[in-house]
Design a protein around this ligand. Structure first.
Ligand code: GDP
Length: 510
């Protein structure tokens, strides 16, 4: 009975999302239907997508310049391993912890805010390494306005220093050089700046526009100068954003929290993110339940260039995804359905192209095989042609023979080239008699294989082997399929048997 009801429900087109238990519908039915229908329901939604126009959401067109307000820079710290990136981030973060304020526990959310004594703000991304940066670039998204390139003054330019410079150039992001470890005796900041010249990073003292600040991340020396240089550069860049309208941003980190569920850190790029907002990212959506800052404090909103932890995702979207605010949950569901549909379509297309590629490889192999036959005698080539024309055997020859004049499809295997050729020559002379058509569908050197048996089965033919064997699995296959397997070591015996088989196919003489 339970199964009956569930089955019936599954076959209706009701929106399962809207099913509510009531006096008629028992909750256990709905639960079962929802769990069982996962796939089915999704497919129903996908086919619905096919019918309706593109309901995806996109970034909005550029804003009216009059609606723009200045925003803080978003900074990424890059550089060679062990040159002090982590130490610098730690020191910058520590410089912000106000001793009077209790309760705030610094959390790693992928970004933090630094406020200068003069009030300016900087958002530092502390997503380590180049990976996050690259994955965002790959998606055409860039969350970074300025790169602080950390170079250890006792070590100089290294591989990853050069890589970082290349990243910055490709992304069109300006650099500030932090010449680190200047507290060390071996430190040689001048050398660092000279070496940078070779990579087109021209510091101010060489007449360029790249600021270089000598710091000690470990001791916290000159960090204020570094942040001031960052603010100066930000002013030159005239960084601005629109604080109103639908929110747009980027996910810089995503993780599943034991208590909060799927959690992402979002860098707001446009608009203001608020509790209750509905967001779409990748193939999922969120109704924002909570926003947290890097000190674990709940905030009610986050404007451009700020990073906040967002709680309320249905599923976890990956880092690097674009986040877009939409007007309703309904709209979010539509967009997610559409994206899922498109992804599904793309997957299908990819699978199709893999199949096509495989077919092409097949065809190429086949052409190659034919080219290899070019050196064979004309008789052998003629036999090979049978193979090329296999398609005309698409009607099973066993059915054809009843209509056409008799024919004997053959697979010929021999131990060496010469023996195969000899057999083909003899067959050719019989062929000339025209009484029974001989079709050599395949010939080759070596033991009889399962493939040979399969081919003989397809063409309702026989396998003739000269001085070759067939292993037990091949023999079993042949007897199972009723394929005659005729193996000989003496050529005239082979020919005799073949003659017998041929005459058995001929109409009885009257
Ligand atoms: P990262 O790999 O670039 O993140 O480098 P780390 O921040 O882990 O630093 C590597 C090592 O250099 C650590 O042992 C740090 O203590 C040390 N270090 C970092 N900055 C300074 C500095 O300004 N002065 C000195 N003397 N050591 C530093």
């Amino acid at each position: 009975d339970f199964d009956h009801v569930v089955e019936a429900l599954l076959n209706t087109s009701v929106d399962l999302d809207s099913l509510e238990p009531d006096s008629v519908l028992e909750e256990r039915w709905i639960k079962e239907v929802v769990t069982r229908s996962g796939m089915k329901f999704r497919w129903a939604k996908l086919s619905e997508c096919r019918e309706r126009p593109n309901r995806d959401v996109h970034r909005r067109p550029p804003p009216d310049p009059s609606s723009l307000v200045p925003r803080p820079p978003v900074v990424t710290i890059m550089g060679h391993v062990d040159h002090g990136k982590t130490t610098l981030l730690d020191s910058l973060r520590k410089s912000q912890i106000v001793s009077t304020e209790a309760g705030g526990i610094t959390q790693h959310i992928g970004a933090f805010l630094v406020q200068l004594p003069t009030g300016e703000k900087i958002t530092f991304l502390d997503t380590p390494g180049h990976a996050a940066f690259s994955s965002m670039r790959a998606r055409g998204a860039n969350a970074t306005d300025i790169i602080i390139l950390v170079v250890a003054a006792d070590d100089g330019i290294m591989n990853q220093t050069i890589e970082s410079i290349q990243h910055a150039k490709k992304a069109g992001v300006p650099i500030i050089v932090a010449v680190n470890k200047c507290d060390k005796l071996q430190a040689d900041p001048q050398r660092v700046k000279r070496e940078l010249l070779a990579h087109d990073v021209v510091c101010e003292e060489f007449g360029g526009d790249v600021q270089a600040i000598h710091i000690s991340a470990l001791k916290g020396d000159n960090l204020l100068a570094l942040t001031e240089a960052t603010v100066t550069l930000a002013e030159i860049l005239e960084l601005k954003a629109e604080p109103t309208g639908a929110v747009e941003g980027l996910i810089i980190e995503s993780r599943t929290d034991k208590g909060k569920g799927p959690v992402t850190t979002v860098i707001v790029q446009r608009g203001t993110l608020k509790r209750g907002c509905v967001l779409v990212a990748g193939n999922t959506w969120a109704k924002v339940r909570f926003l947290f800052d890097e000190n674990g404090r709940a905030v009610t909103e986050a404007g451009p260039s700020s990073a906040v932890e967002v709680v309320g995702w249905k599923e976890l979207p990956p880092a690097g995804e674009v986040v877009l605010g939409v007007e309703s949950e309904q709209r979010a569901r539509e967009a997610v359905d559409w994206r899922t549909y498109e992804e599904e379509q793309q997957k299908l297309q990819e699978e199709q192209s893999v199949i096509e590629l495989k077919q092409k490889v097949h065809l190429d192999e086949y052409r190659k095989e034919r080219a290899e036959l070019a050196h064979l005698s004309w008789r052998q080539r003629k036999s090979a042609l049978y193979r090329a024309n296999k398609s005309k055997f698409s009607v099973r020859p066993s059915e054809r023979t009843q209509l056409d004049h008799p024919s004997l499809p053959l697979i010929v295997k021999g131990d060496v080239d010469g023996s195969v050729e000899a057999i083909l020559n003899i067959l050719d002379s019989y062929d000339a008699q025209q009484q029974c058509e001989l079709k050599v569908v395949h010939f080759g050197i070596g033991d009889v294989s399962e493939n040979d048996v399969n081919m003989a089965d397809t063409f309702a033919g026989s396998v003739y082997g000269f001085n070759v064997g067939a292993n037990s699995s091949v023999r079993q296959l042949a007897s199972k399929r009723g394929v005659p397997l005729r193996l000989h070591n003496i050529i005239y015996k082979l020919i005799d048997e073949l003659k017998d088989e041929l005459s058995s196919k001929l109409p009885p003489v009257v």
